[in-house]
Design a protein around this ligand. Structure first.
Ligand code: 16G
Ligand code: MG
Length: 565
């Protein structure tokens, strides 16, 4: 077939380094950018097959998110903007690892297994982050699409969630929105306007009374708008997109962007991952006491908030705090509209124990725990009318079932609904629209959080005070083969190697309010250790002792882990 001749011809321009093996993991393929050219070309081939198979547009995003600038990566996006299925992740690994001479055999094998109709049209959307290697690597993806005569649309520089949004818009014939960057801003920002204008109505109402006492109507409105926020863009694509969005929200939200890529290095001592792991502010950020700040990661699908208090103490509001704020807000609105919808919060083992306790005991919402990795949380959240999912590292969003969306929509139009219920229903409706339901999205999450804080009249300190995090510590242990660690119960218990879980259990017993677990990383060649306890000293000591147990029982390499203090 002529198509296969074209694949052979073009693939020789994107040769695979012999012997190199890559794995399509939780975050797609990720490696040093130097090793990825063939992987990009072949992901372009696979996206074309997936598009033919699903008769829909597929997305390919070139990014290595929070990894160092020298790395890059690639991820496939399925028709509804979701992650690709496990089966196709397997095909991706097979295709990318096929030695040059076997490429066509593996390709034809996938076509046969999936009964792909090769005469079906194919459409692939491609996007990239700001890494310098992304330019040639995204071209390699486009070459792959072309080799199988697929149509491609190159969105150029976009955030990962923006590309997910485009794919979903395209495949729902515009029902989800318009598949352009402008359409994305319009959808997200219009809702901020309406959410904020609803607030202004309330403020005006309140101010009406104040007027007679203080004649301060204007002052009150001006002190409400615009909102102010400092954003650390991790020197990546998020910063670029914030500048692009600025004109849409100038009078509602003033954003000061730091680490915008004009001088610093991508993800270097900045960004959501740095802030969460180091529990300190990014470099290059000006912060005044009490001022709300947030950090994005390298492809803007993660966000964490923080502030420093008047004593200079740093306070982090991570994914758990964000999930709590959003679910509290949604639950209050559901009560006001009188809708009996099942709301749940989905977390991973990394969720701070205080957040889980608060959600279950005080908020009385259902809490589920899944394995690490967005696709697991997303899947679990789909089982509820409203599923709020967040990893502690700041990756998350909210999913609304079709039934929930319909019920809310009906209420906004019901002539028998009183004003208070209608306003709450309208707010819920607006909230649905501001949320990127395809995947966690730093820009969308930020706009929602800003709106919620404004509506509730809440400061970042009040939000932080909803519950107090238990001190915690994360460590890494190098072992010869991290696959010797096998876990169960959403990664909260180790089933192998023998004796490790028993060792962790007895160490945990030594400390108050303690919890610890270990798991092999999906993105780095290490075993991750998490510990939390009543005090930072206890959390540190426990994390160290568990690291030693891993080192001794799971084949540690290099020096024995040293105590932190
Ligand atoms: C990836 C995952 C993220 C997870 C992290 C864990 C996606 C899109 N990203 O970045 O959700 O928290 O891996 O990394 O699924 P680890 O396995 O190295 O701890
Ligand atoms: Mg990311």
């Amino acid at each position: 077939m002529a198509q296969f001749q074209e694949v052979s011809k073009l693939s020789s321009q994107h040769p695979k380094p012999p012997g190199l093996v890559l794995q399509y993991g939780t975050a797609g393929f990720r490696s040093n950018a130097k090793h990825l050219d063939h992987a990009m070309f072949r992901t372009g081939l696979l996206a074309t097959l997936r598009s033919k198979k699903t008769k829909a547009t597929i997305g390919v995003m070139v990014t290595a998110s929070h990894n160092p600038e020298e790395d890059n990566g690639v991820k496939l996006i399925d028709p509804m903007g979701n992650m690709v299925t496990a089966e196709w992740e397997g095909y991706a690994t097979q295709l990318v690892n096929a030695e040059q001479d076997d490429l066509l055999i593996v390709l034809k094998d996938i076509i046969e297994k999936e009964t792909v109709n090769m005469s079906q049209e194919a459409n692939v959307f491609v996007g990239k982050d700001t890494r310098s290697s992304s330019v040639s690597l995204s071209q390699a993806v486009l070459d792959g699409v072309l080799a199988l005569s697929g149509h491609s649309k190159d969105y150029g520089l976009v955030t990962t969630p923006q590309l997910h949004y485009m794919v979903c818009c395209q495949n729902t014939q515009g029902k989800y929105g318009e598949p352009t960057v402008e359409g994305y801003y319009r959808k997200l920002c219009q809702l901020l306007y309406s959410i904020v204008s609803l607030c202004v109505c309330v403020s005006l109402f309140v101010c009406f009374f104040f007027f007679f006492f203080f004649s301060s109507v204007q002052h009150a409105i001006h002190s409400f708008l615009p909102l102010h926020l400092s954003v650390d863009g991790a020197n990546g694509i998020g910063a670029l997109k914030l500048h692009e969005m600025e004109s849409h929200v100038k009078s509602e939200l003033q954003i000061s962007v730091f680490n915008d890529g004009s001088k610093g290095k991508l993800n270097y001592e900045c960004g959501a991952d740095f802030v969460k792991m180091q529990q300190k502010p990014p470099t290059g950020m000006e912060m005044s006491p009490g001022e709300r700040c947030c950090s994005y990661d390298g492809d803007a699908d993660r966000i964490v908030y923080y502030y420093t208090d008047s004593e200079g103490q740093f306070h982090l509001l991570d994914g758990d705090k964000i999930a709590t704020l959003i679910s509290t807000f949604l639950k209050e609105l559901l009560t006001q509209v009188g809708l009996d919808l099942k709301i749940a919060v989905v977390q991973t083992a990394y969720a701070n124990g205080s957040s889980t306790r608060y959600l279950e005991d005080t908020m009385k919402v259902i809490v589920r725990c899944t394995k690490t990795g967005v696709k697991h949380l997303h899947h679990a959240a789909q089982e509820f009318d409203i599923g709020v999912y967040f990893e502690a590292n700041g990756h998350g969003t909210v999913l609304f079932s079709e039934v929930a969306e319909e019920k809310i929509q009906l209420l906004t139009q019901d002539p028998n609904t009183n004003d208070e219920r209608k306003r709450a229903a309208q707010l819920l409706q607006n909230t649905i629209n501001v949320i990127n339901q395809t995947v966690g999205d730093a820009i969308s999450d930020m706009l929602l959080i800003e709106a919620i804080l404004a509506i509730k009249g809440m400061t970042v300190q009040q939000w932080d005070a909803i519950y107090t995090d238990l001190p915690n510590r994360q460590l890494k242990v190098k072992v010869a083969d991290r696959r010797v660690i096998d876990t169960t119960d959403a990664e909260r218990r180790a089933v192998s190697p023998a004796g490790l879980q028993e060792a962790i259990d007895s160490l945990v017993k030594k400390y108050k309010l303690a919890r610890s677990f270990v798991r092999p990383s999906g993105t780095e060649d290490v075993v991750r250790v998490y510990a939390e306890a009543e005090t930072q000293e206890s959390a540190d000591a426990l994390a160290h002792e568990v690291s030693l147990a891993v080192y001794r029982l799971a084949g540690g390499v290099g020096d024995e882990p040293k105590p932190l203090h």
